[in-house]
Ligand binder design. Structure first.
Ligand code: NAD
Length: 297
């Protein structure tokens, strides 16, 4: 069976391996990015190239976007040379970027006016899972659009869950990002205390990881922290972007999020300290500076 042609816009840390997995699954791809080297890499892997998002939309029925944040998604969809400049109807845009759900709804409305469908499908799992095709994908869209596109999404993720109508994918992603950030802060605070109290943090980890305090975050971040490895992973700067979207969304619907504000300020302090490009496990370095101790065995 001939698989349909897929457009892919945004070939960064995540988009590149996701696009390659679609090629591996047998899809023909048309790609676009403002960064030429990324486009050339995908072209060498078998993808056709396009001159603009509009050009992508003219060539493909389904267009995936994997961009940094809402302003870039708006530019690609509604800007000059954007998807909506293509005179096509019946296309579907699947935005897999982590953006504000408010922007997802705006884009859905703008697309609807032109007969184009829009769904939000942000991911969790980072570059390793993007490469393995085992991302967790949380999807906000009409039921029919989900049924029609779930097999495509399964080429990039091992878990694909529809969480509700448009915007609900990004609401779910914001919840995910709040939980991850606060979990890293809790682990950092506790391990800084244990280390300064003179207990080997490796022993603390071994003793508690199987109990109620254990978590996927602890299992991923404590080994990195003990090795003093702060290479991203997921950058502090990107987590700040997600927390800003979480604060905006929460305040717009009347939900105070006091703990999210605290971890936002901790990450802002780390950015000022030149650590914005570090992995978010670098939150421990905020505590280490306050307590004058290093969490290592
Ligand atoms: P990235 O910065 O590596 O890639 C973004 C790509 O978009 C770049 O190649 C850039 O050139 C391109 N781009 C920017 N503006 C553009 C425009 N106007 N037109 C075309 N291309 C444009 O980012 P990433 O790490 O791949 O993340 C993408 C999204 O996925 C973000 O929303 C991020 O929060 C989310 N995410 C990232 C991770 C991770 O671990 N990196 C994990 C889960 C989710």
């Amino acid at each position: 069976m001939m698989l349909k042609k897929i457009g892919f816009i945004g070939l960064g840390i995540m988009g590149k391996p996701m696009a390659k997995n679609l090629i591996k699954a047998g899809y023909s791809l048309v790609v676009y990015d403002i960064f030429d080297a990324a486009v050339e890499e995908l072209n060498a892997a078998g993808a056709e190239t396009a001159s603009s998002p509009k050009d992508v939309a003219e060539k493909c029925e389904t267009i995936i976007t994997m961009l940094p944040n809402g302003p870039q998604v708006k530019e690609v969809v509604t800007g000059a040379g954007g998807i909506l400049e293509a005179s096509v109807i019946g296309r579907i845009v699947i935005d897999m970027s982590s953006i504000s759900p408010i922007v997802s709804k705006e884009m859905y409305d703008e697309c609807k006016k032109k007969g184009i469908r829009f769904m939000d499908a942000p991911v969790s799992g980072g570059e390793p899972k993007a490469k393995d095709g085992t991302l967790a994908i949380m999807v906000g869209c009409d039921e029919d659009d989900f049924e029609q596109n779930v097999s495509l999404l399964k080429c990039m993720g091992s878990s694909v869950v529809r969480t509700g109508e448009i915007g609900s994918g990004n609401v779910t992603k914001l919840a995910n990002q709040i939980i991850v950030a606060l979990n890293i802060a809790a682990v950092s605070e506790a391990f800084t205390l244990a280390t300064k109290a003179g207990v080997d943090p490796q022993c603390v980890f071994d003793a508690i990881k199987g109990g109620l305090a254990g978590s996927t975050v602890m299992n991923a971040k404590i080994p990195m922290i003990l090795e003093r490895n702060f290479n991203p992973g997921f950058k502090i700067d990107l987590h700040i972007k997600d927390l800003a979207n979480a604060l905006d969304t929460a305040h717009s619907i009347g939900v105070p999020v006091p703990l999210t504000s605290v971890i936002m300020e901790i990450m802002q302090a780390l950015r000022v300290d030149g650590k914005g490009q570090n992995d978010h496990g670098s939150v421990v370095q905020f505590y280490e500076k306050l307590a004058q101790v290093e969490v290592k065995s």
